[in-house]
Write a protein that binds this ligand. Sequence first.
Ligand SMILES: C[S@@+](CC[C@H](N)C(=O)[O-])C[C@H]1O[C@@H](n2cnc3c(N)ncnc32)[C@H](O)[C@@H]1O
Length: 205
Amino acid sequence: MGLSEKLMKQGGKPSGLPGRVIGYLMNLSHKNIYLWGLKDISGGKMTKALDIGCGGGEVIKLLATKMPEGKVYGIDHSPEMVALSKRVNRSLLENDRVEINQGSVSTLPYEDNMFEIVTAFETIQFWTNLNHDLKEVKRVLKPSGSLLIVNRYPDLQGKDAGWAEVLQIHSSGEYREQLSTAGFVDISIDEKSNPGWILVLSRKP
Ligand SMILES: C[S@@+](CC[C@H](N)C(=O)[O-])C[C@H]1O[C@@H](n2cnc3c(N)ncnc32)[C@H](O)[C@@H]1O
């Protein structure tokens, strides 16, 4: 397996010692991206949020800060990332402000119409059946609930094209098409304000 495939595999399901190191590094290096992605989310009235592919658990913590009255759920299919997320959010877990589960986006262990918002930072490129998985996200969202996707967005035509292919980055058109095919509406895309990153917001009808 080549280096790029190894990196892709670790990013998609961090495991073992390298996975734990990657989890810590993501928490450190993505902090500004988490803050940028969540900047317009006012959680004061929200009761339940879910972060899918929660990795090292920093987004869970930030969401919990924005939602003083609410509860934040996180899910990841990597046992190492679930353990790290639990460590990072220990006191919130003890106070029942947070719940973290191991599982896949394809079969979310949550009731229908449960969340006001679902977030997905740097994870959607790893989802193996995007149409099915987006419908699964829609199932657990409340009517009018939002899906916030934040992802790397290299220059797909220029010098980053090879890298983008390794990372299986979707174009903004692909995001729009996949989301509307899965039944999401009010799709808005910001690919300009933070070069190299994309923010895609949509809503369950
Ligand atoms: C590149 S990491 C990003 C982690 C975190 N969201 C962040 O931005 O720092 C991708 C994460 O998505 C998780 N993941 C990938 N595919 C998944 C799936 N089908 N279901 C649940 N988690 C998944 C991986 O285990 C990994 O923790």
